[in-house]
Write a protein that binds this ligand. Structure first.
Ligand SMILES: CC(C)(COP(=O)(O)OP(=O)(O)OC[C@H]1O[C@@H](n2cnc3c(N)ncnc32)[C@H](O)[C@@H]1OP(=O)(O)O)[C@@H](O)C(=O)NCCC(=O)NCCS
Length: 187
């Protein structure tokens, strides 16, 4: 075992008076509000978005379905959990009855009154369609509807696509933090 330090940015956004344009939702996709009965779908979408990605090294629970389900239960039971900032994306092929779940985001109000974004994720086959941006805009509007004036998130510095998305939406780097992770050395 060895300690690895991951460089992460805390990014913040001032929500007052801010509005975002939603990209058009591609055919077959839907954005669903929080419903406890969908908790396993959130967990699955989270797991399928993060497995094999950088952040599953930083937070190993993200690389396992059970870990994601545990995390979803923890998040939704927090005092500051904001259902209005928590969204799920479903997808259904034309002519298909089966629905799959391919994107998730959750939001909480932290003790300082900030909105805190938790684990935005879009499943690889559904990326590049505007779903990540859509989920984030829904979550930020949820914070605004709850009366919050600032929000933040943390992102691993090497996650260029996510950093780009957050900067486009108006987030700015507030500080750099290092997350120490015990990694198993291979070889
Ligand atoms: C980050 C993530 C949520 C983006 O989801 P997505 O649905 O592909 O994002 P969108 O299609 O809405 O893209 C929005 C913008 O993000 C940026 N972006 C997203 N992926 C990018 C990439 N691979 N490279 C560069 N820019 C990227 C672009 O600015 C893009 O805008 P554009 O389409 O106008 O160029 C997705 O890649 C993901 O789930 N990654 C793994 C999990 C993760 O790291 N989550 C973030 C944790 S902080």
């Amino acid at each position: 075992m060895g300690l690895t330090y991951f460089k992460r940015y805390r990014m913040e956004i001032d929500l007052s008076g801010r509005a975002w344009n939603l990209p058009p939702l591609p055919l077959g996709y839907d954005v669903l509000p929080w419903d406890f009965d969908q908790i396993e779908h959130h967990a699955y979408a989270k797991y399928a978005s993060f497995r094999g990605e950088l952040d599953s090294n930083v937070f190993p629970c993200l690389g396992e379905f059970d870990g994601c389900l545990r995390l979803m239960h923890e998040i939704q039971s927090k005092q500051g959990f904001l259902s209005g900032a928590t969204w799920l994306v479903s997808h259904c092929e034309a002519g298909d009855l089966e629905m799959d779940f391919c994107g998730t985001v959750q939001g909480i109000r932290d003790r300082t009154g900030f909105g805190a974004i938790q684990n935005l994720g879009v499943v690889p086959e559904h990326r590049g369609l505007g779903l990540g941006r859509t989920l984030m805009i829904y979550a930020l509007r949820g914070f605004q509807a709850a009366g919050l004036s600032r929000a933040y998130l943390e992102v691993t510095s090497q996650n260029d696509g996510a950093v780009q998305l957050y900067e486009d939406l108006g987030f700015r780097r507030a500080r750099t933090v290092y997350k120490a992770v015990e990694m198993v050395e291979v070889g």
